[in-house]
Design a protein around this ligand. Structure first.
Ligand code: FES
Length: 117
């Protein structure tokens, strides 16, 4: 099974079934990826930068592209974690500041532990 590694969470890594979304991978291992709209492509809080394996992800649909336009610090390697489906290759990604902040807003009880805010 392909692995997903979250670079800015001490290299936290999880194995997932092909066809899972990057957000599902994050949920499976507790990575701090925001999901304000519940994975419905209606926000940009699940914005991540995919540094390895980008080409193996599902193609970006127009809705994701449009939504990403509203994100912060959008780069060539940007994807919305709830929309990008994993193929057969391992993925390495970085959670954006925008997404980390959203996750903390969604998990106020974790703020102190993480030491931010
Ligand atoms: S969780 Fe809102 S667009 Fe992905």
């Amino acid at each position: 099974m392909p692995k997903v590694t979250f670079l800015n969470q001490d290299g936290l890594t999880v194995e997932v079934e092909p066809g899972s979304s990057l957000l599902e991978a994050a949920q499976k291992c507790g990575a701090h990826v925001g999901e304000s709209c519940g994975g419905n492509c209606a926000c940009s809080t699940c914005h991540v930068w995919v540094t390895e394996g980008y080409e193996s992800l599902s193609e970006m649909e127009e809705a994701e592209d449009d939504r990403l336009d509203m994100g912060f610090d959008v780069r060539e390697e940007s994807r919305l974690a709830c929309q990008a489906k994993i193929g057969d290759e391992d993925i390495v990604l970085e959670i954006t500041e925008e997404s980390l902040r959203a996750w903390l807003d969604e998990h106020p009880e974790e703020r102190k532990k993480v030491g931010s805010g």
